[in-house]
Design a protein around this ligand. Structure first.
Ligand code: NAP
Ligand code: HSE
Length: 428
């Protein structure tokens, strides 16, 4: 009889219960594929009495996740509590110090403490794996660390927050304003306990920071991420973008430039007929570009019990097989500090503004743009009845600094009503 791999699972919510269900229901399949039984030794959560939809009576209960993480009878500590600090971090550190392998789905903890945890895991000669932390059921960590290991990665892009993609696509299909769809998403239980994590781009930014580290061999540096959420996107932006052949996505882009690592998570216009443009609802998509492979597109469910538990199992099964790979694809001490690029690669921009409908207004706007070095590609003024007219401008490629200079000077023309909105158009 081969030695079983013994799990201690901390966190029995959506993901933890999902993992327990798969381990219970598919023991033969898991053993056949890894060559050894995978068993749960003990579990932990805040409330012992809650019905989790799975029979946990055969496992020991620990009320303290740190005690669970250091038990003699577990080989792998599976951290599924969440939160960048507190119990999750303490228990993960304790598990590593006790020589346990660790599997987690915790993108917040990895984005903020990934480097120190990876270094500690390597020091202790244990694995720290996190497939479920990025894009849920999509095996993107494996794709980068293994499938594309022979490539110089040139760019990573992705829609990695299903809630934001749901909100943006629902606004478009139902013709509803942001606030109404946000309330709908809330009622459906899509939003994180702190919704800013979703709509502010933070959750997706955590995921992108993790992928950037693997892709570019740099230390995770979430602080260097340029972040902008979807809160200012209006139904008019969505309609007018569509009118010009684009869709708006909360898009993450990471690329190594001559000026350092560019990491952006922000609303972008992408061609409506591109794979990213066609992504509907809560689905995630990650686009990876490598010098040898070219471009590959991965699409699938980014959240939910089954997809996320599926990714956790993939890590557990690698450990059961004895597969070893450094946390971020190479030893932690070989990862370079990520120097953040101060400016983004030049791009075309979509500009929306309300102009007072009076003679010379458009000319004044064009002058400010021209003086800042921003060239206009296309311009459209929409039919209007009130005293202000909605105007849409698509620029030629321009540096963000030039555009910001123009945006600063536009109010001085005294022909604008409200603040202009600028959204990057991404080449995908
Ligand atoms: P969840 O449903 O809120 O479950 C969290 C679990 O952790 C609960 O069982 C909770 O206990 C337990 N817990 C929280 N604090 C604890 C503490 N101090 N001590 C012991 N147990 C504690 O969360 P989830 O959605 O499963 O997410 C878990 C992790 O997976 C997070 O890092 C999340 O970011 C990540 N993730 C989730 C998804 C998803 O689709 N849900 C997708 C990708 C990644 P009680 O049940 O007793 O309250
Ligand atoms: N809040 C996240 C999302 C959950 O909407 O994609 C999965 O990380």
């Amino acid at each position: 009889m081969t030695t079983p791999l013994r799990l201690g699972i901390a966190g029995l919510g959506t993901v933890g219960a999902g993992v327990a269900k798969i381990v219970a229901a598919k023991s033969n399949l898991l053993a056949a594929r890894t060559g050894r039984p995978i068993v749960i030794a003990a579990v932990s959560a805040r409330s012992r009495d809650k019905d989790r939809g799975v029979d946990l009576s055969g496992y020991d209960w620990e009320s303290d996740p740190v005690t669970l993480a250091t038990r003699d009878d577990i080989d792998v500590f599976v951290e599924l509590m969440g939160g960048s600090e507190g119990a999750a971090k303490k228990a993960t550190e304790a598990a590593i110090a006790a020589g346990k392998q660790v599997v987690t789905a915790n993108k917040a903890m990895l984005a903020l403490h990934g480097q120190e945890l990876a270094a500690a895991a390597e020091q202790a000669s244990v694995a720290l794996r996190f497939e479920a932390a990025v894009a849920g059921g999509i095996p993107v960590v494996k794709a980068l660390t293994e499938g594309l290991a022979g490539n110089q990665i040139t760019r990573v892009m992705g829609v990695m927050n299903g809630t934001c993609n749901y909100i943006l696509t629902r606004m478009e299909t139902a013709g509803l304003p942001y606030d109404e769809v946000f309330a709908e998403a809330d009622a459906l239980g899509y939003l994180e306990a702190d919704p800013t994590l979703d709509v502010g781009g933070i959750d997706a930014g955590h995921k992108l920071a993790i992928l950037a580290s693997i892709a570019f061999g740099t230390q995770v540096n979430f602080d260097a991420m340029q972040l902008e959420g979807i809160q200012r996107i209006t139904i008019d932006d969505i309609r007018q973008a569509a009118d010009m052949g684009y869709r708006i996505k909360l898009l993450g882009v990471a690329q190594m430039t001559g000026r350092g690592l560019e990491q952006r998570m922000s609303p972008c216009l992408v061609p409506a007929n591109s794979p990213l443009g066609q992504l509907e609802g809560g689905t995630n998509m990650v686009v990876l570009e490598g010098d040898a492979v070219g471009q590959i597109v991965l699409r699938g469910p980014g959240a939910g019990e089954g997809p996320t538990a599926s990714a956790v199992l993939s890590d557990i099964m690698d450990i059961a097989r004895g597969d070893r790979i450094s946390t971020f694809g190479q030893p932690a001490n070989a990862l370079e500090p990520a120097v953040g690029a101060q400016t983004a690669v030049p791009a075309r921009y979509y500009l929306r503004m309300e102009l007072l409908d009076k003679p010379g207004a458009l000319a004044k706007v064009a002058t400010v743009l021209g003086e800042a070095g921003v060239s206009i590609d296309r311009m459209r003024q929409y039919a209007h009845e009130e005293s202000s007219a909605p105007v849409l401008i698509v620029t030629h490629k321009t540096a963000r600094s030039a555009l910001d200079h123009a945006l600063q000077n536009l109010p001085g023309t005294a022909v604008l009503s409200g603040e202009p909105v600028a959204i990057r158009i991404e080449q995908v």
